[in-house]
Design a binder for this molecule. Structure first.
Ligand code: FUL
Ligand code: CA
Length: 487
């Protein structure tokens, strides 16, 4: 009899599961390569090239390869620091606007092969590849479209040169996770001795459609970054913040390469946009992108880095932190110290998720099915989620600690495979027998972290107030971060 009842219960459970299909996706959704990119969250930029030795930000293009001579170049030190800081990859400026190449390109003499470094036998890209492999990091490359050294810049011949270099980099150095197409384009330069101003029309000159095809062909898993995507978008500023409202979607027609778009769209995305183009926050740990000894005392402080962390990763964007590697070829000690402080603080602040062990209740559950139950929000599994019935675009989740508990961070993740949905939400805390609002916000996306002064409450309630379709949330977290002293 007992066995029969178990079987019956199992049958009822299975039927109820199969009767409730998952929600349908809404609007634009991420590709596989974008999903993998979202998971990275925090990774490094390295600006190291001719400018490091000329003490410039934008070299003119007439610099002698003789100048490039790091005394102690060690890509393993970069990788070790990044790994220790919890970063997942490194993007290197293989060629910046001055045209000098960090690898011995067969298409130019303006490269490491004519420098004194390793008697012209060195290859920084290859050294970084090996270091990334050793430390389990991904590698990305920046290949500046603008080239102030090349005589052909501005003519169709240069496009052939640029594509040849892209092919070289994407063929000879293993898996590349991100290709960084910079937006600065055209102007004065050396241009093989012409010393003039050259203007190009960025909408047509690079024939981006076909240039992008090369990346798809040679590195199908790589995301392409530019002001216009197509996979990852610039966030519209270099100070280290995304909009509080931040949609991962854009309207394609507003974002053709070279089309100067409203910066607000880059910061906030476009609700209901035709394509999934999430934001990446690129910012340097010093004022400049390149190393300048005069900036040794201007390295960002822990409070500044924490603000950037919460204004990027905490606002549905990724965090690309730049290290201006110095003339030795090392990440400077001061930069190492600051990034490790950031990593240590974040690790400690998110070490204990207070929802573990708490009870959670949802105002409603999709099809009353266990498949979509509220406990899915606490299981640490990004593939399981809570959702409501189709057409039910509001709902609330209550976490019950049983006793007054202190906290100051609230983390949420939408299940973005089904699109970005939530438009408005509030957070309330049950303090001394009363619900008090702690936050009233807009979007969530891949990850949203709210940071607020300490609250002591026995219950916390998340209210989804406006959503484009039934909400689909995969994880939540509540934390009590340590106070941050003023550094
Ligand atoms: C900008 C460039 O002009 C800067 O030099 C730097 O590389 C930054 C990341 O992108 O557009
Ligand atoms: Ca989950």
């Amino acid at each position: 009899m007992k066995r029969f009842i178990y079987l019956l219960l199992a049958f009822v459970f299975l039927v109820s599961c199969s009767q409730t299909p998952p929600p349908s996706p809404i609007g634009a959704v991420p590709s596989e390569r974008q999903l993998a990119w979202h998971e990275l969250g925090f990774y490094a930029f390295v600006h190291f090239n001719m400018n490091t030795f000329s003490d410039m930000e934008w070299g003119f293009g007439d610099e002698s390869p003789e100048l490039f001579n790091p005394t102690d170049l060690d890509c393993r030190q970069w990788a070790r620091v990044c790994k220790e800081a919890g970063m997942k990859g490194i993007i290197l400026t293989a060629k910046h606007h001055d045209g000098f190449c960090l690898w011995p390109s067969e298409y130019t003499e303006h490269s490491v092969k004519n420098s004194p470094w390793k008697n012209g036998n060195g290859d920084v890209v290859q050294e970084l590849r090996e270091a990334c492999d050793e430390y389990g990091l991904k590698m990305g490359l920046y290949l500046s479209p603008w080239d102030r050294n090349h005589a052909d810049y501005g003519t169709p011949e240069y496009i052939t040169y640029y594509r040849n270099q892209l092919r070289e980099l994407l063929t000879n150095y293993g898996d590349i996770f991100e290709v960084w197409f910079d937006g600065a384009n055209g102007g004065t330069g050396w241009y093989g001795g012409a010393n003039e101003k050259r203007k190009i029309d960025n909408r047509i000159y690079y024939d981006w459609e076909n240039t992008r095809e090369i990346v798809r062909e040679l590195q199908p898993n790589a995301c392409m970054f530019s002001d216009a995507g197509p996979d990852v978008r610039w966030v519209g500023n270099e100070q280290g913040w995304a909009g509080e409202t931040n949609w991962s979607t854009l309207n394609k027609e507003d974002f053709a390469p070279g089309l100067v778009s409203d910066l607000k769209f880059l910061q906030q995305g476009q609700e209901g946009g035709t394509h999934w183009v999430p934001a990446e926050v690129d910012v340097s740990i010093r004022p400049g992108w390149y190393y300048h000894p005069a900036q040794d005392d201007k390295v960002k402080t822990l409070p500044q880095l924490l603000d950037i962390y919460y204004n990027s990763i905490g606002r549905n964007a990724s965090f690309l932190l730049n290290f201006p590697v110095d003339t030795r070829g090392l990440i400077h000690e001061k930069d190492v110290e600051q990034v490790l402080k950031l990593a240590k603080t974040i690790k400690a602040d998110f070490a204990e998720n207070l929802v573990e062990g708490a009870k959670i209740k949802a105002s409603e559950i999709r099809g009353n099915s266990k498949v979509f139950r509220a406990e899915n929000l606490l299981d640490g599994n990004k593939e399981t989620y809570w959702s409501t019935d189709d057409g039910q675009t509001t709902g609330s989740l209550t976490v019950d600690f049983d006793e007054p508990t202190e906290f100051n961070r609230f983390l949420m993740q939408e299940y973005i495979k089904l699109g970005q949905r939530i438009q408005e939400f509030t957070l309330e805390a049950f303090i001394e027998n009363e619900w008090k609002e702690i936050a009233s916000e807009t979007t969530i996306g891949y990850k949203r972290i709210l940071r607020f002064p300490n609250v002591t409450a026995s219950k916390v309630r998340l209210n989804i107030q406006v959503s484009k379709a039934c909400p689909v949330i995969s994880e939540i977290g509540i934390y009590n971060a340590f106070e941050v002293p003023g550094d």
